[in-house]
Write a protein that binds this ligand. Sequence first.
Ligand code: PDD
Length: 307
Amino acid sequence: MAARRGHGHAVAGVNLPVYLNGQLVAREEACLPITDRGLLFGDSVYEVIPVFRGAAFRLRQHLDRLQRSLDAIRLANPLSREAWLKAIASLYEPTAGADLAIYVQVTRGAYPTRAHRMPQATSPNVIAFASPIPARDPDSANPGLRAITLNDIRWHRCDIKSTNLLPNVLAQAEAQQRQAEDVIFVRDGRALEGSASNLFIVLDELLLTPPKCDEILPGITRELVLDLARDAGIAHAEAGIDEAELARAEEIWLTSSTREIVPVVQLNGEPVGQGKPGPHWQRMDQLYQAAKERNRLAAFSGNRHEN
Ligand code: PDD
Protein backbone atom coordinates (compact mmCIF):
# COMPACT_ATOMS: atom_id res chain seq x y z
CA MET A 1 0.00 0.00 0.00
CA ALA A 2 1.70 3.22 -1.08
CA ALA A 3 0.88 6.65 0.32
CA ARG A 4 -0.90 8.67 -2.33
CA ARG A 5 0.99 11.92 -2.05
CA GLY A 6 2.19 14.49 0.46
CA HIS A 7 3.53 13.50 3.87
CA GLY A 8 2.31 13.29 7.42
CA HIS A 9 4.26 13.11 10.65
CA ALA A 10 7.67 11.48 10.47
CA VAL A 11 9.44 8.94 12.68
CA ALA A 12 13.08 8.05 12.12
CA GLY A 13 12.92 9.77 8.76
CA VAL A 14 9.85 7.80 7.70
CA ASN A 15 6.64 9.71 7.03
CA LEU A 16 3.61 8.43 8.87
CA PRO A 17 0.57 8.38 6.62
CA VAL A 18 -3.06 7.84 7.62
CA TYR A 19 -5.10 4.79 6.72
CA LEU A 20 -8.50 5.91 5.48
CA ASN A 21 -10.97 3.33 4.19
CA GLY A 22 -8.42 1.14 2.47
CA GLN A 23 -5.97 3.79 1.31
CA LEU A 24 -2.86 5.35 2.78
CA VAL A 25 -3.07 9.12 2.48
CA ALA A 26 -1.12 12.05 3.87
CA ARG A 27 -2.43 13.33 7.21
CA GLU A 28 -3.53 16.69 5.84
CA GLU A 29 -5.48 14.95 3.09
CA ALA A 30 -7.34 12.52 5.33
CA CYS A 31 -10.90 13.92 5.58
CA LEU A 32 -14.31 12.63 6.56
CA PRO A 33 -17.68 14.34 5.93
CA ILE A 34 -18.97 16.60 8.70
CA THR A 35 -22.03 14.34 8.97
CA ASP A 36 -19.95 11.36 10.09
CA ARG A 37 -21.78 9.81 13.05
CA GLY A 38 -18.54 9.53 14.98
CA LEU A 39 -18.36 13.32 14.95
CA LEU A 40 -22.09 14.03 15.47
CA PHE A 41 -22.95 11.33 18.02
CA GLY A 42 -19.69 9.79 19.18
CA ASP A 43 -21.09 6.77 17.34
CA SER A 44 -17.77 4.99 16.99
CA VAL A 45 -15.27 2.76 18.74
CA TYR A 46 -11.49 2.72 18.80
CA GLU A 47 -8.32 0.88 19.77
CA VAL A 48 -4.80 1.92 20.63
CA ILE A 49 -2.21 -0.74 19.79
CA PRO A 50 1.39 -0.33 20.89
CA VAL A 51 4.35 -1.18 18.70
CA PHE A 52 7.62 -1.58 20.59
CA ARG A 53 10.87 -1.42 18.62
CA GLY A 54 9.03 -2.42 15.48
CA ALA A 55 6.92 -5.27 16.92
CA ALA A 56 3.18 -4.91 17.52
CA PHE A 57 2.34 -5.94 21.08
CA ARG A 58 -0.76 -8.01 21.88
CA LEU A 59 -2.27 -7.20 18.50
CA ARG A 60 -4.61 -10.19 18.55
CA GLN A 61 -6.02 -9.13 21.90
CA HIS A 62 -6.59 -5.57 20.68
CA LEU A 63 -8.40 -6.78 17.56
CA ASP A 64 -10.51 -9.14 19.69
CA ARG A 65 -11.49 -6.22 21.92
CA LEU A 66 -12.29 -4.09 18.86
CA GLN A 67 -14.65 -6.85 17.71
CA ARG A 68 -16.25 -6.89 21.15
CA SER A 69 -16.75 -3.09 21.07
CA LEU A 70 -18.24 -3.28 17.56
CA ASP A 71 -20.61 -6.06 18.64
CA ALA A 72 -21.66 -3.99 21.65
CA ILE A 73 -22.61 -1.00 19.46
CA ARG A 74 -24.26 -3.24 16.84
CA LEU A 75 -21.85 -2.37 14.08
CA ALA A 76 -20.59 -5.08 11.71
CA ASN A 77 -16.82 -5.24 11.49
CA PRO A 78 -15.98 -3.61 8.13
CA LEU A 79 -12.66 -5.47 7.76
CA SER A 80 -11.60 -9.09 7.94
CA ARG A 81 -8.88 -10.02 10.45
CA GLU A 82 -6.46 -10.30 7.57
CA ALA A 83 -7.35 -6.83 6.28
CA TRP A 84 -6.88 -5.37 9.77
CA LEU A 85 -3.45 -6.98 10.09
CA LYS A 86 -2.45 -5.65 6.68
CA ALA A 87 -3.74 -2.13 7.37
CA ILE A 88 -2.00 -1.93 10.75
CA ALA A 89 1.25 -3.39 9.41
CA SER A 90 1.27 -0.81 6.62
CA LEU A 91 1.43 1.89 9.30
CA TYR A 92 4.33 0.56 11.34
CA GLU A 93 6.43 -1.78 9.24
CA PRO A 94 8.13 1.00 7.26
CA THR A 95 9.29 2.74 10.47
CA ALA A 96 11.81 0.00 11.33
CA GLY A 97 12.15 -0.34 15.04
CA ALA A 98 10.24 2.68 16.35
CA ASP A 99 7.97 2.75 19.42
CA LEU A 100 4.53 3.72 18.11
CA ALA A 101 0.89 3.83 19.14
CA ILE A 102 -1.43 2.75 16.34
CA TYR A 103 -4.78 4.47 16.74
CA VAL A 104 -7.70 2.74 15.01
CA GLN A 105 -11.27 4.06 14.85
CA VAL A 106 -14.42 2.70 13.23
CA THR A 107 -17.38 5.06 12.93
CA ARG A 108 -20.89 4.16 11.82
CA GLY A 109 -20.33 6.39 8.79
CA ALA A 110 -21.82 9.53 7.25
CA TYR A 111 -25.41 9.88 6.01
CA PRO A 112 -27.31 12.71 4.30
CA THR A 113 -29.42 13.63 7.33
CA ARG A 114 -28.58 13.93 11.00
CA ALA A 115 -30.78 11.40 12.78
CA HIS A 116 -30.25 9.51 16.02
CA ARG A 117 -31.83 6.41 14.55
CA MET A 118 -29.27 4.01 13.13
CA PRO A 119 -29.26 3.85 9.33
CA GLN A 120 -30.53 0.59 7.86
CA ALA A 121 -27.69 0.18 5.41
CA THR A 122 -24.42 1.04 7.07
CA SER A 123 -21.20 2.18 5.44
CA PRO A 124 -18.71 2.60 8.26
CA ASN A 125 -15.59 4.71 8.07
CA VAL A 126 -12.26 3.30 9.17
CA ILE A 127 -9.31 5.47 10.09
CA ALA A 128 -5.96 4.50 11.55
CA PHE A 129 -2.70 6.29 12.12
CA ALA A 130 0.55 5.88 14.01
CA SER A 131 2.00 8.30 16.56
CA PRO A 132 5.39 8.04 18.23
CA ILE A 133 5.51 6.81 21.84
CA PRO A 134 8.29 8.68 23.66
CA ALA A 135 11.16 6.24 24.18
CA ARG A 136 11.89 5.19 27.78
CA ASP A 137 15.14 6.44 29.16
CA PRO A 138 16.63 3.32 30.78
CA ASP A 139 19.11 5.44 32.77
CA SER A 140 16.66 7.75 34.52
CA ALA A 141 14.44 6.51 37.32
CA ASN A 142 10.69 6.67 36.79
CA PRO A 143 9.51 9.63 38.89
CA GLY A 144 5.92 8.33 39.12
CA LEU A 145 2.93 10.61 38.97
CA ARG A 146 0.46 12.47 41.13
CA ALA A 147 -3.19 11.46 40.94
CA ILE A 148 -6.46 12.67 42.40
CA THR A 149 -9.67 10.73 42.94
CA LEU A 150 -12.79 11.99 41.17
CA ASN A 151 -16.40 10.94 41.14
CA ASP A 152 -16.97 8.82 38.03
CA ILE A 153 -19.55 10.63 35.90
CA ARG A 154 -19.18 8.30 32.91
CA TRP A 155 -21.93 6.07 31.55
CA HIS A 156 -22.43 2.45 32.64
CA ARG A 157 -20.76 0.82 29.62
CA CYS A 158 -17.15 1.76 30.18
CA ASP A 159 -16.28 -1.76 28.99
CA ILE A 160 -16.95 -0.53 25.42
CA LYS A 161 -13.98 1.34 24.00
CA SER A 162 -16.10 4.11 22.54
CA THR A 163 -14.93 7.57 21.54
CA ASN A 164 -17.30 9.23 24.02
CA LEU A 165 -14.44 10.51 26.14
CA LEU A 166 -15.67 13.90 27.36
CA PRO A 167 -15.78 12.84 31.04
CA ASN A 168 -12.22 11.55 30.69
CA VAL A 169 -11.12 14.80 29.08
CA LEU A 170 -12.79 16.87 31.81
CA ALA A 171 -11.23 14.68 34.48
CA GLN A 172 -7.78 15.30 33.03
CA ALA A 173 -8.46 19.03 33.08
CA GLU A 174 -9.45 18.84 36.75
CA ALA A 175 -6.27 16.90 37.54
CA GLN A 176 -4.17 19.49 35.79
CA GLN A 177 -5.89 22.28 37.69
CA ARG A 178 -5.06 20.49 40.95
CA GLN A 179 -1.38 19.97 40.08
CA ALA A 180 -1.82 16.27 39.34
CA GLU A 181 -1.12 14.26 36.23
CA ASP A 182 -3.96 11.76 36.40
CA VAL A 183 -7.26 10.75 37.90
CA ILE A 184 -8.64 7.64 39.57
CA PHE A 185 -12.38 7.36 39.03
CA VAL A 186 -14.48 6.40 42.07
CA ARG A 187 -18.08 5.20 41.86
CA ASP A 188 -20.20 4.34 44.91
CA GLY A 189 -17.10 4.34 47.11
CA ARG A 190 -15.18 1.99 44.79
CA ALA A 191 -12.00 2.99 42.99
CA LEU A 192 -12.35 1.72 39.41
CA GLU A 193 -9.72 2.87 36.93
CA GLY A 194 -7.76 5.85 35.64
CA SER A 195 -8.97 8.33 33.06
CA ALA A 196 -7.18 6.30 30.34
CA SER A 197 -5.74 3.38 32.31
CA ASN A 198 -6.56 0.49 34.64
CA LEU A 199 -5.87 0.50 38.36
CA PHE A 200 -3.71 -1.80 40.48
CA ILE A 201 -2.81 -1.42 44.13
CA VAL A 202 -0.55 -3.31 46.50
CA LEU A 203 -2.20 -3.67 49.88
CA ASP A 204 -0.82 -5.81 52.69
CA GLU A 205 1.59 -7.33 50.12
CA LEU A 206 -1.31 -8.41 47.88
CA LEU A 207 -1.63 -7.08 44.32
CA LEU A 208 -5.25 -6.08 43.67
CA THR A 209 -7.18 -4.84 40.65
CA PRO A 210 -10.93 -4.33 40.25
CA PRO A 211 -12.67 -7.25 38.52
CA LYS A 212 -13.89 -6.86 34.93
CA CYS A 213 -17.37 -5.34 34.76
CA ASP A 214 -19.35 -2.77 32.77
CA GLU A 215 -17.77 0.07 34.75
CA ILE A 216 -14.18 -0.44 33.52
CA LEU A 217 -12.38 -1.12 30.28
CA PRO A 218 -10.98 -4.67 30.13
CA GLY A 219 -7.44 -3.41 29.57
CA ILE A 220 -5.00 -5.47 27.55
CA THR A 221 -2.16 -4.33 29.80
CA ARG A 222 -4.25 -5.19 32.87
CA GLU A 223 -4.63 -8.76 31.56
CA LEU A 224 -0.92 -9.03 30.88
CA VAL A 225 -0.01 -7.79 34.36
CA LEU A 226 -2.32 -10.43 35.85
CA ASP A 227 -0.71 -13.12 33.65
CA LEU A 228 2.77 -11.99 34.65
CA ALA A 229 1.81 -11.97 38.35
CA ARG A 230 0.43 -15.48 38.04
CA ASP A 231 3.50 -16.80 36.21
CA ALA A 232 5.87 -15.17 38.71
CA GLY A 233 3.93 -16.45 41.72
CA ILE A 234 3.05 -12.93 42.89
CA ALA A 235 0.06 -12.98 45.24
CA HIS A 236 -2.78 -11.20 43.46
CA ALA A 237 -6.56 -11.00 43.28
CA GLU A 238 -9.28 -9.34 41.23
CA ALA A 239 -11.36 -7.66 43.89
CA GLY A 240 -13.18 -4.41 44.55
CA ILE A 241 -11.03 -1.62 46.00
CA ASP A 242 -12.78 0.84 48.26
CA GLU A 243 -11.62 4.38 48.82
CA ALA A 244 -10.17 3.59 52.25
CA GLU A 245 -8.09 0.75 50.79
CA LEU A 246 -6.89 3.02 48.01
CA ALA A 247 -5.86 5.63 50.58
CA ARG A 248 -3.77 3.15 52.57
CA ALA A 249 -2.30 1.26 49.58
CA GLU A 250 1.45 0.64 49.76
CA GLU A 251 1.64 1.09 46.00
CA ILE A 252 -0.73 2.30 43.29
CA TRP A 253 -0.12 1.70 39.57
CA LEU A 254 -1.97 2.76 36.44
CA THR A 255 -1.62 0.56 33.35
CA SER A 256 -2.20 1.19 29.66
CA SER A 257 -0.86 0.10 26.30
CA THR A 258 0.96 3.34 25.64
CA ARG A 259 2.12 4.23 29.17
CA GLU A 260 2.78 0.65 30.30
CA ILE A 261 2.83 0.45 34.12
CA VAL A 262 3.05 3.83 35.83
CA PRO A 263 3.54 4.16 39.58
CA VAL A 264 1.39 6.74 41.38
CA VAL A 265 3.52 8.35 44.09
CA GLN A 266 1.03 10.88 45.42
CA LEU A 267 -2.73 10.57 45.84
CA ASN A 268 -4.87 13.59 46.67
CA GLY A 269 -1.75 15.40 47.87
CA GLU A 270 -0.63 12.56 50.21
CA PRO A 271 2.39 10.32 49.51
CA VAL A 272 1.62 6.76 48.41
CA GLY A 273 3.81 4.41 50.48
CA GLN A 274 7.27 5.99 50.63
CA GLY A 275 6.23 8.61 48.04
CA LYS A 276 8.33 6.96 45.33
CA PRO A 277 7.93 3.99 42.98
CA GLY A 278 7.80 0.87 45.15
CA PRO A 279 9.57 -2.51 44.96
CA HIS A 280 6.54 -4.37 43.63
CA TRP A 281 6.27 -1.90 40.78
CA GLN A 282 10.01 -2.30 40.05
CA ARG A 283 9.57 -6.05 39.79
CA MET A 284 6.43 -5.93 37.66
CA ASP A 285 7.97 -3.34 35.36
CA GLN A 286 10.94 -5.68 34.80
CA LEU A 287 8.60 -8.57 34.03
CA TYR A 288 6.67 -6.36 31.66
CA GLN A 289 9.81 -5.17 29.84
CA ALA A 290 10.91 -8.81 29.50
CA ALA A 291 7.51 -9.69 27.98
CA LYS A 292 7.94 -6.86 25.44
CA GLU A 293 11.37 -8.18 24.52
CA ARG A 294 10.10 -11.75 24.14
CA ASN A 295 7.37 -10.44 21.85
CA ARG A 296 9.90 -8.57 19.75
CA LEU A 297 12.17 -11.59 19.38
CA ALA A 298 9.18 -13.78 18.48
CA ALA A 299 7.97 -11.22 15.90
CA PHE A 300 11.33 -11.06 14.19
CA SER A 301 11.82 -14.81 14.24
CA GLY A 302 8.59 -15.14 12.29
CA ASN A 303 6.60 -16.40 15.26
CA ARG A 304 4.34 -13.35 15.50
CA HIS A 305 2.07 -12.20 18.33
CA GLU A 306 3.30 -14.72 20.83
CA ASN A 307 2.48 -12.55 23.82
N1 PDD B 1 -6.72 3.98 26.82
N2 PDD B 1 -9.21 2.26 30.89
C1 PDD B 1 -9.46 3.28 30.06
C2 PDD B 1 -10.62 4.18 30.36
C3 PDD B 1 -8.64 3.49 28.94
O1 PDD B 1 -8.91 4.51 28.10
C4 PDD B 1 -7.53 2.64 28.71
C5 PDD B 1 -6.62 2.79 27.53
C6 PDD B 1 -7.30 1.59 29.62
C7 PDD B 1 -6.13 0.64 29.46
O2 PDD B 1 -6.36 -0.28 28.42
P1 PDD B 1 -5.16 -0.93 27.61
O3 PDD B 1 -4.24 -1.56 28.60
O4 PDD B 1 -5.82 -1.93 26.76
O5 PDD B 1 -4.46 0.16 26.83
C8 PDD B 1 -8.16 1.42 30.68
C9 PDD B 1 -5.98 4.19 25.59
C10 PDD B 1 -4.51 3.90 25.70
C11 PDD B 1 -6.31 5.56 25.08
O6 PDD B 1 -7.46 5.94 25.17
O7 PDD B 1 -5.43 6.25 24.55
